[in-house]
Design a protein around this ligand. Structure first.
Ligand code: GH3
Ligand code: MG
Ligand code: MG
Length: 311
């Protein structure tokens, strides 16, 4: 299941004044904020990229790289462009404020500042970040089941395969499709079909925490298992197949749901290309469907099947 966001926020202060850093450290101590400090623009940029802070407090008047230059650089990079930046300046001319806000700062504070006001502005910037993160996460979560969605699946599979290529690891992929699901909708109605999908997703996500379970689309699901081969993937798939088959559906004693599973890994697929690994797992899934459903197939052969449907 998608993770819950961490409660602690990271704030990066970029200021050439050690005094300002000391003041912030003292006053942000009780704000559930992890404060990081950089004494010049170049270090600040490096730290912003490495730390991915939730907000940046940026001094305008610094030697070498000034606050406006740092702000422009932060906004030009994909990894840092969404971090809200509060400019802190000794000058309060309208021109400076307009320039800062036009460059993408969310706020502008004039030195010497009231600490209570600065804290309120930091809290406001952090609320913006939390909202952006929440929206970004929602865009990757399937609304019905709460599992990761297809967008996330595609991104994550590409990442895991790239990482496997760098480290010489394997990656297993399990594709799973509910058997005769159209008949469940036809017999019990679409709302019951939806409940089955929700419950089915709960059974699937009961597997190990390192497995990445996604709704691939409709009544199809995908599970990415990093650093595992197809044989290990097939064991995980068989556990899920049996759990689904055993499941007693609340209030629907006549309902029986089964699913078919296809397993591959990047070695079997002979490729680190996501679409080729998906195609290999899909071929195995097709075989599971063709040979009777409610079974696990891998590398063009049947691995396991239910005692109830065997033969
Ligand atoms: P097979 O064993 O060959 O997979 O048969 P099937 O009936 O499961 O496959 P088919 O592709 O013919 O039908 C899939 C059905 O899944 C049709 C579609 O209406 C239903 N479905 C897809 N998404 C949803 C959903 O979000 N909710 C509900 N209730 N049904 C859905
Ligand atoms: Mg299907
Ligand atoms: Mg199906």
């Amino acid at each position: 299941m998608p993770p819950v966001a961490s409660p602690e926020s990271r704030v990066l202060s970029i200021d050439d004044s050690v005094l300002i850093h000391r003041l912030l450290k003292a006053h942000l101590r009780h704000e559930r904020v992890e404060l990081h400090c950089a004494l010049n623009g170049a270090d600040g940029l490096r730290m912003a990229k490495a730390l991915n802070p939730d907000a940046v407090l940026l001094d305008v008047d610094m030697p070498d790289l000034d606050g406006f230059a740092v702000l422009s650089a932060l906004k030009a990079e994909a990894v840092t462009q969404h971090i809200p930046v509060i400019l802190v300046s000794g000058s309060c001319t309208t021109d400076d404020r307009v320039r800062g806000l036009d460059l993408g700062a969310v706020d502008f504070v004039v030195k010497p500042f009231e600490i209570a006001e600065l804290k309120a502005r930091v809290r406001s910037a952090l609320r913006t970040t939390r909202l952006i993160k929440l929206l970004a996460q929602r865009a990757q979560i399937d609304g019905l089941t709460g599992l990761w969605n297809r967008t996330y699946f595609d991104e994550r599979l590409a990442q895991e395969l790239a990482s496997a290529e760098r480290h010489g690891d394997n990656v297993a992929l399990v594709l799973c499709d509910i058997d005769h699901f159209k008949a469940v909708n036809d017999k019990f109605g679409h709302p019951v079909g939806d409940l089955v999908l929700e419950e089915f997703a709960r059974v699937l996500s009961g597997s190990r925490i390192t497995d990445i379970t996604c709704r691939y689309g409709g009544e199809e699901f995908g599970m990415i298992i990093p650093r595992a081969d197809a044989a290990q993937g097939a064991i995980a798939a068989e556990r899920l197949r049996a759990a689904v088959e055993r499941f007693e559906w609340p209030d629907r004693p006549s309902l029986r749901v089964t699913a078919s599973f296809g397993v591959a890994d990047r070695v079997v697929a002979g490729s680190f290309v996501p679409s080729e690994v998906v195609a290999a797992a899909d071929r195995a899934l097709y075989l599971a469907k063709q040979t009777g459903r409610n079974r696990v197939c891998r590398d063009g052969e049947l691995v396991t099947t239910s005692l109830r449907t065997a033969g």
